[in-house]
Ligand binder design. Structure first.
Ligand code: IMP
Length: 430
């Protein structure tokens, strides 16, 4: 993080790049970690000693004592899952007292959003998107439709009741039209929100104000993205995307600060590519290699358990992500997963018929038809898990990293070579 005071950490592929570990490691040197978008669709995995934590809504900085963790206004807050996660952390001995704040402007994700997510997947013309089923799309639809319920609305019990009654009435109609096979439990939802309201209100803050005041006192802040650039609502492989802006520009809006407060943007790329859900993945491995890398990298969804589709590193996507996010640095994760591959490929361009293109296309249908143009590099066939300095990496691994750096024009600041906190290399540029 160097001398930067406000840093964004953003995924540069299709999510699951290892942001959880990167945020956990960088959180060592910050005071506040704030999530700026998404919700419980995220699954940020952090290993501390022999323990594994999967965080869905609470920022990955929470595993460092004393760090303050915020959920910004750009997040859709699933109250039920949030408190499940909160209580599970407390049971595991994490002290959360005074450490979590939730934006008063954050929209609530309520149980009916999950039902609507299911209905919309089942009824969608053109087939399902393969969402996480966490209600993300419907919650953001309510937000932009200006009928959402926000944390601030909970301050008044009567108003909460009125808003809920209106929403439940509307959703009931919508679900019946959508031929839902499961009834909406109106009373249960209503009672649950009214009960959780009491717990969330003491955590409600103005995240933008808190962050700006902290920066003014010389404190350091990390803005934690979820999902990745290729899943961004505007810049990703639409419609096979999530329903929020995942990219770095959304970080300022998503916590309530101006963009000039941000000093640095660290893009996270995995040393290969993965994707869960449907939609094009140009560099996808053929079945056998896909199965092998999935096992080597434990590539199963942290939220849904679904097997992830795996492929070679796609420099077209990474270069696009470097531009769209304005990266000032890169963190490369899971390099060790490639330890046993005799050769490693990088897609440097796409070909469609006679045409060669080096820019990520806006047309998702045409992306499904492209053929990647590969460059092949030798593998290093050496376990990297013990390396702590760049010089300890074999030349072939350094050459691979140099190609990634060259392709993205972003300097590599950090390399992760295993799941444990200490399995990390900071480059000299740090
Ligand atoms: P949703 O965000 O649940 O609406 O899902 C939309 C798309 O984003 C699907 O392809 C999901 O698999 C994908 N997605 C959502 N969250 C994550 C994540 O945290 N990691 C990877 N993929 C995700």
């Amino acid at each position: 993080m160097g001398s930067q005071r406000c840093t964004v950490v953003v995924g540069c592929q299709w999510g699951d790049e290892g942001k959880g570990k990167v945020v956990d490691v960088l959180a060592e040197s910050v005071d506040i970690v704030a999530r700026y978008q998404g919700g419980a669709n995220a699954g940020h995995t952090v290993h501390v000693g022999d323990e594994e934590f999967v965080l869905h809504q609470i920022p990955a900085g929470i595993l460092h004592p004393q760090r303050r963790c915020l959920l910004g206004n750009g997040v859709v807050l699933d109250l039920e899952y949030f408190f499940e996660e909160y209580d599970a952390l407390v049971r595991r001995g994490v002290d959360l007292e005074g450490r979590i704040g939730v934006s008063q402007r954050a929209h609530l994700l309520l149980p009916y959003h999950r039902l609507l997510d299911r209905v919309s997947e089942e009824d969608r013309a053109g087939g399902p998107i393969g969402t996480t089923g966490r209600g993300i799309g419907p919650a953001y639809e309510d937000k932009v439709g200006r009928r959402g319920i926000r944390v601030a609305d909970l301050a008044d019990r009567r108003r909460t009741s009125e808003l809920l009654d209106g929403a439940l009435e509307r959703v009931d109609r919508q679900l019946r039209d959508g031929h839902l096979r499961e009834p909406l439990e109106r009373v249960r939802v209503r009672d649950q929100v009214l009960a959780l309201r009491e717990r969330i209100l003491p955590l409600a803050v103005d995240t933008g104000l808190e962050i700006v005041e902290a920066l003014a006192c010389g404190r350091r802040v990390l803005l934690e993205g979820a999902q990745g650039t290729a899943l961004d609502l505007d810049h990703g492989t639409y419609p096979f995307v999530t329903s929020s802006n995942t990219t770095a520009a959304a970080a300022a809006t998503g916590v309530g600060i101006g963009p000039t407060f941000v000093d640095a943007v660290v893009g996270v790329v995995k040393a290969y590519t993965t994707r869960v859900g449907h939609g094009p993945l140009p560099t996808e491995f053929e079945a056998e290699l896909g199965d092998r890398v999935r096992e080597l990298g434990s590539e199963y969804g942290a939220t849904t358990g679904r097997p992830r589709r795996c492929g070679w590193f796609d420099a077209v996507v990474a270069r696009y992500a470097a531009r769209v996010n304005g990266l000032t640095g890169l963190a490369v994760t899971k390099l060790d997963v490639l330890d046993t591959l005799p050769e490693i490929r990088i897609a440097t361009a796409y070909r469609t018929g006679e045409e060669r293109c080096t820019e990520f296309p806006a047309n998702t249908t045409s992306l499904a038809d492209v053929e990647p143009v590969y460059e092949t590099l030798p593998g290093w066939l050496t376990p990297l898990g013990g390396a702590r300095q760049l010089e300890e990496l074999p030349p072939a691994a350094r050459r691979y990293l140099a190609r990634i750096e060259e392709a993205t024009s972003a300097p590599i600041r950090m390399i992760s070579v295993g799941t444990r906190r200490e399995q990390v290399i900071f480059t000299k540029l740090q």
